[in-house]
Design a protein around this ligand. Structure first.
Ligand SMILES: [Zn+2]
Length: 310
């Protein structure tokens, strides 16, 4: 029997917990909506219950259970704490300690628990079982209500000092641009994230709606305003990707997230603008692949667990 790890994927709308074996097969899974409470313990209680429920399906093992947690950011990897923007009850929440404490009474030996941001877990998942499984090095990017990312370099997650490396949404692509929510100026996210595309279209008189999915549908149907704002957004994203590729010397990117699912209407302008920024020899002809997994974050949390050493 192959080893099973416990994977936990924490998002603003749902928390998923699964047992995953070393082939990437999910052998048990529980998904719970994220409780919209301001009490940290009320938000944690259903997650703890889900962890214990999934654990009952585990094949008994004498080895320590390895647990990977992927969470919406920001995260503090060394401290084991998370402060997800969309979960206001959790600011500096000690998720690693709380999960370990939840599991301890049910296990013969203490578990090993690792933590990474959701962008990092997305990259780990696509690298392990998805669009990047043939690659030694790649950057995973999530384009949805924000722009997140993570890098796998030489088959290892590049976490960074605090676990937030390759925060591509907050690379500045316009030093004279407006102030971003992060405090910087002209960040990628201000132009490329789904709500920014919609806001830009509204400013130009677009009446469709309500969201980026509707906008990309209109673009596919040939709406000139939708095509224009997507072109601007993808130019910003292309500049951010080219910057990251130039810094890390990585040639392959895997792009996922809700907005990317619109397909060619996103990938077409993105690849076209990349030719304008990725111009040095070693990054020319960058590859941007569509993500293929539905649950890359959860599987990436499992991949993270498999890297934990006793
Ligand atoms: Zn920013």
């Amino acid at each position: 029997m192959s080893e099973q790890v416990l994977a936990i994927d924490i998002g603003g709308t749902k928390i998923a917990v699964a047992l995953v074996d070393d082939a990437g097969t999910i052998t048990a899974e529980v998904v719970r909506p994220t409780v919209p409470s301001l009490d940290p313990d009320e938000v944690f209680a259903p997650a703890a219950a889900a962890v214990l429920e999934v654990l009952t399906a585990r094949t008994p093992s004498a080895r320590p259970l390895r647990v990977g947690i992927g969470s919406a950011g920001p995260v503090d990897g060394p401290a084991g704490t998370i402060s997800p923007v969309n979960i206001p009850a959790w600011r500096g929440f000690p998720i690693v300690r709380r999960v370990a404490e939840t599991l301890a009474p049910a296990l013969a030996v203490p578990p090993l628990v690792g933590l990474a941001g959701d962008g990092h877990c997305f990259a780990l998942g696509e690298h392990w079982l998805g669009a990047g499984r043939d690659l030694d090095s790649m950057v995973g990017l999530v384009l949805s209500t924000g722009v997140g990312g993570g890098a796998v370099l030489d088959n290892r997650l590049f976490a960074g000092t605090t676990g937030n490396a390759v925060h591509l949404g907050h690379i500045s692509v316009n030093a004279w641009g407006p102030r971003c929510v992060c405090g910087g100026h002209g960040c990628v996210e201000m132009y490329a994230r789904g709500p920014a595309l919609v806001a830009a279209a509204r400013q130009r008189g677009w009446r469709g709606g309500p969201d980026a999915r509707a906008l990309t549908a209109d673009a596919r149907a040939g709406d000139s305003t939708a095509l224009e704002v997507i072109d601007v957004g993808m130019r910003a994203l292309a500049a951010g990707i080219a910057t990251t590729a130039t810094e890390l010397d990585v040639r392959a990117f895997v792009l996922g997230g809700g907005v990317s699912r619109a397909g060619e209407v996103i990938f077409g302008p993105l690849r076209r603008h990349l030719r304008d920024f990725a111009v040095l020899d070693y990054v020319r002809d960058l590859e941007v692949r569509p993500a293929v997994l539905e649950n890359a974050g959860l599987l990436g949390a499992a991949a993270l667990a498999f890297t934990l050493q006793v």
